[in-house]
Design a binder for this molecule. Sequence first.
Ligand SMILES: [Zn+2]
Length: 76
Amino acid sequence: MRKRPDPIYHPCAMTPDCEQMVPIDHLMCRPDWALVPSGIKSRVNLTYRRRSADWEAYRDTVRDAKAAVRRARARV
Ligand SMILES: [Zn+2]
């Protein structure tokens, strides 16, 4: 059981629905990321690299990715 997470880890973007810790350069844990459609995945990766120039684009894309995971989970 991990009480104090390593600082290079952060909670999965689906928190509080998910309690996984993921590396800082990953948005979500592997099972949640697998539910994100590939088109949104590539937008996340693109906007993540450009987030210092366009934070809003990244934030909006993350919101889309999280919505997609919620929709995918609701179907299961
Ligand atoms: Zn997760």
